[in-house]
Design a binder for this molecule. Structure first.
Ligand code: GLP
Length: 259
């Protein structure tokens, strides 16, 4: 099962994941990070700012989970822009080593395959950061996504467009289509960190961690992965049936075990 860590605040979650990322980079300077967008990973990126001084990040590689289709990469809400602003620039990463799926319409037919080849050529993702949508999506794999899916174009459901409208002037500006790593792509990463904060994520987290494994809740795909760390605050953990057990496990965790 996934290891579930319940923390008091999102800042503590950010620190915990950032520490693990720094450990990884120290051990493997050309580590491949799986980067997520949305508001959830921001505490991780924030915590990394004060930690990267101690390690050489010049060879760190990264792959974003997803991108909007047809959006100008220079648009402030393109995921390319978000990753540049929140991750690449503040952490001093080499932008040439950080990839996002290409949402340009001219090349969209083979953009998914191109991205899969790039991830494979990099040797796969070492550590994948994930948020979860209120629909249970990870990346932009909306309900119904195949567990075998690879990077491809998807149509966003209305709820996701409404959730993301806060980043745009209006919901009409939220693109209809996206290009996202598939569930199969995500499951190939060596270590998954799924983060969630706030009560509006509680149902999705309970479904992902404890519910049936079902394409109707794509986050439940994490149950098929051998190495998953779920980091949530109390509100996001509030619908977990076995929360007390997760706390008990953590309190009695053998000292030699890392994350
Ligand atoms: C977004 C992203 C996901 C993200 C999720 C939750 O649309 N495509 O990668 O995990 O939805 O977003 P947030 O963290 O802002 O709640």
């Amino acid at each position: 099962m996934a290891e579930v860590i319940i923390v008091p605040t999102s800042d503590e979650a950010g620190a915990l994941v950032a520490d693990e990322i720094v450990r990884l980079i120290a051990a493997r300077p050309d580590a491949v990070l799986g980067l997520a967008t949305g508001s959830t990973p921001l505490p991780v990126y924030q915590a990394l700012r004060s930690r990267v001084g101690g390690v050489d990040v010049s060879r760190v590689r990264g792959f974003a989970l997803d991108e909007y289709v047809g959006i100008d990469p220079a648009h402030p809400q393109s995921y390319r822009s978000v990753i540049t602003r929140e991750v690449v620039e503040p952490l001093g990463l080499d932008p040439a080593l950080i990839r996002t799926p290409n949402g340009a319409l001219e090349t969209i037919e083979h953009a998914g395959d191109d991205y899969e080849h790039a991830i494979a050529a990099a040797g796969g993702v070492d550590l994948q950061i994930l948020g979860i949508g209120t629909s249970g999506h990870i990346g932009f794999n909306e309900p119904g996504s195949s567990f075998a899916s690879r990077t491809r174009v998807k149509t966003l459901i209305e709820q996701t467009r409404q959730d993301n409208a806060r980043f745009f002037d209006s919901i009409d500006d939220v693109p209809l289509h996206c290009i996202t790593q598939g569930l199969g792509t995500i499951l190939d990463a060596r270590h998954l960190f799924l983060l969630a904060f706030g009560e509006n994520k509680a149902a999705a987290i309970a479904g992902a961690v404890e519910g049936p494994v079902t394409a109707s809740l794509p986050g439940s795909a994490i149950q098929l992965h051998p190495h998953v760390t779920v980091v949530v605050d109390e509100a996001a953990a509030s619908q977990l049936q076995h929360a007390d057990y997760y706390r008990y496990v953590l309190a009695h965790k053998p000292a030699w075990q890392g994350l």
